[in-house]
Design a protein around this ligand. Structure first.
Ligand code: ADP
Ligand code: MG
Length: 351
C-alpha cells in the first residue's frame, strides 16, 4: 500500500509541474503574439493613422477613437456652420455663447498657452487665417489695409471664458481658430480611449501630431522621425526615441504658397498679421501630452530661436528640435541623448 501511494505521488509531481508550465505558457503566449495593427482614415482635414499592439481584435476601440476625432471636429471646425466655434464667431460681440465641455476645455487650454507664450500662440487669429487662405485655392497676398483690419480685433485677452458655465464671449471683432491645438487634443483623447479599452501599447498620428503609449512587445522605445524641411515627406534629419508622450512639428513647409519668390506659410505672427519669419523652418516639441506639443510647436515657432529656448529652459516638461533657415538643427539638452542624427548637410547643436 505504502509503495503504491509513493508511486502515485512520484507521478503526480511531474504532472503538476507540466500543468504549471502549460498554464504559465498559455498566459504568456498572447503576450508573445502581440503585433501591430494599423488603421488609417481622414479627419480634421488630415490623415489619421492609429497603430495598436493588441492580442485580440482592437477594431472596436479604434473605431471609438475615430468617432471621438469626428466629435471634436464637429465642435471646433470653422467650416462646419453649426460647430461651437462657428456659432461663437457669428454671435454678436459682447454676448455669451453656450459651448460643449470639450470646446470649453480647448478654449481654456488655448488661453493658457497664449499667456505662456505671451501671445505668440493666439487662438483669436481666425480672421487673418481666413484672409490669407493658405492651404486653400484662394490663397493670396492680402493688401496691407486688409491685414490691418483683420488684425485690429486680435488678442487673446479679448476672448472671455466662463469655464463653470461653459460660456464664451468675444469682446472685440475677431474669429476664433483652434487649428493649432485641436488635433493635439484629439490625439490625447484617442490614446485615452485605447488605454481604457485595455490596449497595451500604440501610436496615434493625427497629421503629424504623434502620441505614443505603453511599451512595445519588443521593449524598444518609440521612434519618431523629424522631417527634413528641404526634402520630400518621410525624409528625416533625425529620429527621437521616446517611451511615452507626444511629438508635434510646426513647419513653414507644411502649407504655403509662393508669390514673386517669397514663401507665405500658414503660421502667422499675431503681432504683425503676416506669416512668422523668425529664421526658423520647423519646431518639433516633445511633451507629455499631444495638446501641449501641438499648441507649443506653433507658439514657439513664432517666438524664434532665442526666445523659444528661454521658454524651454523655464519649462520642466518641454523639449525641442529646431531646424533653422541657415541649416542648423538645434536639439534641447534634455532630449539630446534620445536624438539620433540620420542626415548630413546640417550642423547639429545641443542647447
Ligand atoms: P498644422 O495644422 O499644419 O499641424 P499647426 O499646428 O502649426 O500646423 O497649426 C497651424 C494652424 O493654426 C494654422 O493653419 C491656423 O489655422 C492656426 N494658426 C496660425 N498661426 C497661429 C498662431 N500664431 N497661433 C494660433 N494659431 C495659429
Ligand atoms: Mg500646432
Amino acid at each position: 500500500m505504502a509503495d503504491h501511494s509513493r508511486t502515485r505521488w512520484s507521478l503526480a509531481l511531474p504532472v503538476l509541474i507540466m500543468l504549471v508550465v502549460v498554464v504559465v505558457y498559455s498566459v504568456r503566449l498572447p503576450q508573445r503574439e502581440l503585433r501591430p495593427y494599423t488603421w488609417t482614415g481622414f479627419a480634421m482635414g488630415t490623415l489619421v493613422e492609429i497603430t495598436v499592439y493588441a492580442n485580440r481584435s482592437a477594431e472596436g476601440a479604434v473605431n471609438k477613437g475615430f468617432d471621438r476625432i469626428g466629435e471634436i471636429e464637429q465642435l471646433v471646425s470653422t467650416s462646419i456652420s453649426d460647430s461651437d466655434i462657428a456659432l461663437l464667431n457669428s454671435a454678436p460681440i459682447g454676448s455669451y455663447v453656450q459651448v460643449h465641455e470639450d470646446t470649453a476645455y480647448l478654449i481654456s487650454s488655448a488661453l493658457e498657452f497664449a499667456r505662456e507664450t505671451r501671445g505668440s500662440f493666439d487662438p483669436t487669429v481666425g480672421r487673418l487665417v481666413d484672409l490669407w487662405g493658405i492651404g486653400t485655392e484662394r490663397a493670396s497676398v492680402p493688401s496691407g489695409e486688409a491685414i490691418r483690419h483683420a488684425l485690429s480685433g486680435v488678442g487673446y485677452q479679448n476672448l472671455v471664458l466662463d469655464e463653470d458655465k461653459r460660456q464664451v464671449m468675444r469682446n472685440t471683432d475677431f474669429r476664433v481658430d483652434l487649428g493649432a491645438i485641436a488635433k493635439g487634443y484629439a490625439c490625447d483623447e484617442v490614446v485615452g480611449i485605447l488605454q481604457n479599452a485595455g490596449i497595451d501599447a500604440g501610436i496615434v498620428d493625427l497629421g503629424g501630431n504623434i502620441c505614443v503609449f505603453g511599451t512595445k512587445p519588443t521593449g524598444q522605445q518609440w521612434r519618431v522621425g523629424i522631417q527634413d524641411p528641404a526634402a520630400p515627406r518621410g525624409s528625416y534629419v533625425g529620429v527621437i526615441s521616446i517611451s511615452s508622450g507626444a511629438v508635434a512639428t510646426s513647419g513653414d513647409y507644411e502649407r504655403y504658397f509662393e508669390r514673386d519668390s517669397v514663401i507665405y506659410h500658414h503660421i502667422l505672427d499675431p503681432s504683425t498679421g503676416y506669416p512668422a519669419s523668425p529664421g526658423v523652418r520647423s519646431v518639433s516639441v516633445i511633451a507629455p501630452t499631444g495638446i501641449q506639443a501641438d499648441a507649443l510647436s506653433t507658439g514657439l515657432f513664432v517666438l524664434g530661436v532665442d526666445e523659444l529656448f528661454e521658454f524651454v529652459d523655464r519649462s520642466e516638461e518641454i523639449e525641442v528640435v529646431v531646424i533653422t533657415s541657415d541649416n542648423r538643427v538645434i536639439v534641447s539638452s534634455g532630449i539630446a541623448e534620445a536624438f539620433q542624427v540620420v542626415k548630413e548637410g546640417y550642423t547639429y547643436e545641443i542647447r
